[in-house]
Write a protein that binds this ligand. Structure first.
Ligand SMILES: Cc1cc2nc3c(=O)[nH]c(=O)nc-3n(C[C@H](O)[C@H](O)[C@H](O)COP(=O)(O)OP(=O)(O)OC[C@H]3O[C@@H](n4cnc5c(N)ncnc54)[C@H](O)[C@@H]3O)c2cc1C
Length: 474
């Protein structure tokens, strides 16, 4: 039987000795996928269809012991290794060409302890898995806005969503994690155990090891939250966004409003005449009592002449999945992102000008509202550094036809450049594309030097390098 060729970290090709491979396979409880085996091609598919990588070996782990075996195999044979959680990363860091993928997608268990308001979550769980299990008990932890995203990558980069202004980032609710470090040792990271590692994994990505379990603090949420969309024509966007940013100055942390500029999808509640035309969408969520949310949202709902207003109580789990149809896997995607302290007049003009030239009906400019509890944590308390960002823009280039690559990527880059004068210069590591490794130091700002030190301690040979990499000698 031919031995698989696997790329080494130095870029060469090497054969893992058959005996080493046999003993790895004999001890491994999960599934091994190699080119040509059933399931291999599907396992090479990730959210962003622009990523086309073909590993030599995919080790789909069933347990933390499997992860230890895979890390030891990679370390002892100098293999190129990537780690897959939910496979949503825009830069495609879940996969590597010719190397070993430690695939965690089967480790989806979520165990909730309602008495201590804590959840222990497997690294392959999606946000939907987490929300479903925690909401059975009327509880939740703040995660992102697309329920098919993996909890692992989202958490390791910071994590924010509808609940973050009141409850903090996902990492602010992380109590502990089990981590397999580069030498194949399983350790527990928390405030009391390996506190330096615990600091690093709260924003520092997969640079320090493979997390095999996360433990989160939970909070009472729902079961219904007041939430929904208010839609205006793009021609009204300048007026509405100026009102929006002033209105948000007096709203409580529980009230969150993101906005999106895009062409109108054929939503059932939107008159057909608007389908395909440029619109401004305000996406609202209030995490407290419904009646309070109704009162707080009233001025925003009454401003101008919206072409749709579908704000109403929704089950929290349904609201968490409401944008999934617009963000389904399989499309070509290219992102550019900026952090802002405010939605200034100049920024509004730039966004609207580019929204008029949106190159594809699936492409959008999405701006998340942060601040609140996120900003009340010190910038050096966790590896996630940009606590000051009040708004995070994701220029979400999205299209299907490869012949539109240059058009859509070019448009996203132009908007990124035009918006740069209004941005803080920071970046959210979970939004960085493949070409943006150079922005990693900016993503960590004042925390970067400490992260490099930590990398030297926990992964001096940079085994975990297929990520937004913090190099040990940077
Ligand atoms: C449609 C969409 C919507 C999004 N919305 C939000 C949002 O609302 N809020 C937000 O904060 N982010 C959001 N994101 C960004 C998201 O947080 C990142 O894409 C994140 O990297 C996804 O994690 P994953 O596990 O799915 O990805 P993967 O591609 O599997 O992994 C991402 C990175 O984490 C590493 N990694 C994964 N699991 C582990 C592990 N267990 N141990 C060590 N390293 C690991 C991987 O090696 C890779 O480098 C969104 C992304 C998409 C595509």
């Amino acid at each position: 039987m031919p031995q698989p060729l696997v790329k080494t970290r130095s870029g060469g090709a090497a054969s893992v000795p058959q005996r080493a491979l046999d003993s790895f396979k004999a001890a491994f409880r999960g599934k091994i996928l190699e080119p040509g085996t059933t399931g291999y091609d599907a396992a090479c598919g990730i959210w962003n269809a622009m990523i086309d990588r073909h590993p030599a070996l995919i080790a789909r782990c069933a347990t933390a012991d499997d992860v230890i075996l895979a890390v030891r195999l990679a370390a002892s044979h100098d293999l190129l290794v990537s780690v897959r959680g939910g496979g949503h990363n825009i830069a495609g860091k879940a996969l590597c060409d010719g190397g070993l993928v430690i695939d965690l997608s089967a480790m989806t268990d979520v165990a909730v302890d309602p008495a201590s308001r804590m959840a222990r979550v497997g690294p392959g769980a999606t946000l939907a898995d987490v929300d479903r299990a925690t909401q059975v008990h009327g509880l939740a932890t703040p995660v992102g806005i697309n329920s098919t995203t993996g909890i692992a990558g989202l958490t390791l980069g910071g994590g924010f969503g509808w609940l973050s202004r009141s409850l903090g980032l996902t990492v602010d609710n992380l109590l502990a994690a089990d981590v397999v470090t580069a030498d194949g040792t399983l350790v527990r990271a928390s405030a009391a155990e390996h506190p330096d590692l615990f600091w690093g994994i709260r924003g520092g990505g997969g640079n320090f090891g493979v997390v095999t379990a996360f433990e989160f603090r939970l909070h009472p949420v729902g079961p219904d939250v007041l939430s929904g969309l208010i839609i205006h024509p793009l021609d009204e966007a300048a007026k509405v966004l100026r009102f929006y940013r002033d209105f948000l100055k007096s709203t409580p942390d529980e009230f969150v409003c993101w906005f999106v500029l895009r062409k109108a999808p054929p939503l059932p509640f939107l008159a057909a005449e608007w389908h395909g035309r440029e619109i401004l969408v305000l996406a609202v969520c209030y995490g407290g009592a419904i009646a309070d949310g109704e009162r707080i949202a009233k001025p925003l709902r009454e401003f101008g002449h919206p072409i749709a207003d579908v704000i109403q109580p929704h089950p929290f789990t349904a609201w968490q999945a409401v944008l999934d149809p617009l963000l389904a896997p399989g499309m070509r995607n290219y992102w550019k992102s900026h952090d802002f302290l405010e939605v200034s007049d100049g920024l509004v003009d730039v966004l609207i000008e580019h929204a008029r030239r949106i190159p594809d009906p699936q492409t959008e400019i999405a701006v998340a509202q942060l601040g609140g509890a996120v900003s009340r944590v010190a910038a050096d308390a966790t590896a996630y550094a940009h606590r000051d960002a009040q708004f995070v823009m994701n220029v979400h280039g999205r299209w299907e036809d490869p012949s539109k690559d240059a058009l859509c990527i070019g448009w996203a880059r132009q908007l990124f450049e035009a918006a740069a004068p209004f941005a803080t210069g920071g970046a959210y590591v979970n939004f960085l594309t493949e070409e943006e490794q150079g922005r990693v130091p900016a993503a960590y700002a004042g925390n970067y030097a400490r992260l490099v030190e930590l990398k030297r301690k926990y992964d001096p040979s940079n085994l975990f390098r297929v990520n937004q990499n913090i190099g040990p000698s940077t």
